[in-house]
Design a protein around this ligand. Structure first.
Ligand code: BG6
Length: 479
């Protein structure tokens, strides 16, 4: 029988750019998500040599512009979250609502006023807000004028933004995260760092420079939060993909260890421990440069050291498998993280390999490494839902996926892991980050909207809605 601690933070997660819409309302500036075309090729298009971040409505669709119009539906949506019994709700603030161009000195009051209302609505239902400061939605101007996160100027822009929102909300919001899935930039730096082929993504040095700048910016946010109130909890947010060796061949085992360092561990090691890990030089040498080639200062390194994060937030969707010996050439198709197909696992409609046991392993690996509280802030199944004429979606496949992952969390808690909470991704259907589709749905709540932006926007609870309500009501006992 699953056991979760008293006060466990059950909830759901979303990101501003994927659901709010209203992309130019009340003074909001454009974000990078507004310039990404819809459809499974969005990253491919963004990485074409001539990609210039211009919005071309005659050529592409832009689903993030309207999202699911949460900007005008948030009261109704948060009410549904409350009906499910959410203890917390993880959402992000759109940086470009607060600083439309990213480099202004004064914030846009209308943007702040919007989040005043969102937070008030959560608190009305005793839902604890959990805020991601930057979730794949930096102001577009910071990319077109400054070249994205590889530019050190972004540290002070982010610092001003973080200070603005922390100061405004710290008395109401205890839980924060600095950057969504910071490590994802290793494989797709467009969303987290604003880097594409045409502005530097091809050089790994730029990605590591951008990370360094983000680490410093994030550490400054931690410092600001703790100055405002030492009880605030600021986490990092990692994309964690438990990584296995394809077999017992030591060559594959070593490659798996290296892959873990490069993807799962590097960013967390810096943000949690406050210093670059021992393997930094060997990692960077693989890419042909040294740590000393990066622009870092002793003051910045001191800021990192003084301001480690309080907890580790992470997303978990799938595991990855490494084979460098060519024993298999079956790649895990659709999987953003790459790797080969694991013969023991099934995959989602989009090719992501489903592995609940991998979550239990992830929780153990992270807790053993850092001994800080963990928070599973994203998990879920992106699937094609069929809605019947009663407006009902019988999404048993989603229930199965979530149930198995909740059981895995219970297992990890029994293993001794300190787990704070669970916020499944896209608790209401929203625009997919990697494919810009509405048809890749994660929600407990169906939104009547298709990939072409057609639909009534009506919200309908799915079968999983009642199921999750019962999970929360029983604190994870009734699965
Ligand atoms: C994570 C992101 O990568 O996974 C979310 O933090 C994203 O923004 C989620 O939506 C699911 O991925 P996708 O590509 O299916 O939307």
């Amino acid at each position: 029988m699953a056991k979760f601690p008293e006060g466990f933070l059950w909830g759901g997660a979303t990101a501003a750019n994927q659901l709010e819409g209203a992309y130019q309302e009340d003074g909001k500036g454009l974000s990078i998500a507004d310039a990404l075309p819809g459809g499974p090729d969005r990253f491919k298009i963004a990485n074409q040599e001539d990609f210039d971040w211009q919005i071309k409505p005659d050529q592409y669709t832009y689903p993030n512009h309207n999202g699911i119009d949460y900007y005008h539906h948030f009261r109704e949506d948060i009410k549904l979250f409350a009906e499910m019994g959410f203890k917390c709700y993880r959402f992000s603030i759109a940086w470009s609502r607060i600083f439309p161009q990213g480099d202004e000195l004064e914030p846009n009051e209308a943007g702040l006023a919007f989040y005043d209302q969102v937070i008030a609505e959560c608190l009305k239902y005793n839902i604890e807000p959990v805020i991601t400061i930057s979730h794949y939605e930096m102001p577009l101007n910071l990319v077109t004028t400054y070249g994205g996160w590889k530019n050190k100027k972004l540290i002070s822009f982010y610092e001003r933004y973080a200070k603005t929102v922390l100061t405004r909300y710290y008395q109401k919001v205890k839980y924060w995260m600095t950057f969504n899935e910071i490590n994802s930039a290793l494989h797709f730096p467009v969303m987290g760092q604003g880097l594409v082929s045409s502005n530097g993504a091809k050089e790994m040095k730029n990605i590591y420079q951008a990370w360094h700048n983000q680490f410093v910016a994030g550490a400054k946010a931690v410092a600001i939060a703790h100055q405002l109130d030492p009880k605030l909890k600021v986490g990092c947010m990692l994309l964690y993909a438990t990584t296995y060796s394809y077999n017992a061949n030591p060559v594959n085992q070593l490659a798996t260890l290296k892959e873990n360092q490069a993807f799962n561990q590097f960013c967390g090691d810096v943000q949690v421990r406050g210093e670059y890990p021992s393997y930094t030089d060997s990692l960077l040498k693989e890419y042909g440069f040294n740590f000393s080639d990066l622009e870092t200062t002793p003051e910045e390194l001191a800021v990192l050291k003084a301001n480690p994060v309080d907890y580790i937030g992470f997303s978990y969707y799938m595991s990855a498998t490494v084979d460098v010996t060519g024993e298999t050439n079956e790649t895990a198709s659709g999987n953003l993280i790459g790797g080969v197909k694991n013969p023991y696992l099934k995959a989602s409609d989009w090719g992501w390999q489903i592995d609940p046991t991998g979550l239990r392993i992830a929780l153990n690996e992270l807790y053993q490494r850092y001994q800080k509280p963990l928070f599973v802030v994203e998990n879920g199944l992106g699937a094609k839902d069929e809605i019947d004429d009663q407006h009902y979606v019988a999404d048993d496949y989603r229930i199965d996926y979530l149930r198995q992952h909740i059981e895995a969390m219970a297992g990890a808690i029994a293993d001794g892991v300190d787990l704070m909470g669970y916020t499944p991704w896209g608790c209401i259907d929203l625009v997919s980050a990697s494919t810009g589709q509405m048809s890749k749905r994660y929600g407990f709540i169906y939104v009547d909207l298709d990939d072409n932006g057609q639909g009534t926007l009506a919200r309908y609870p799915k079968k999983s809605f009642k199921w999750y309500q019962q999970v929360i009501r029983s604190n994870g006992q009734e699965l």
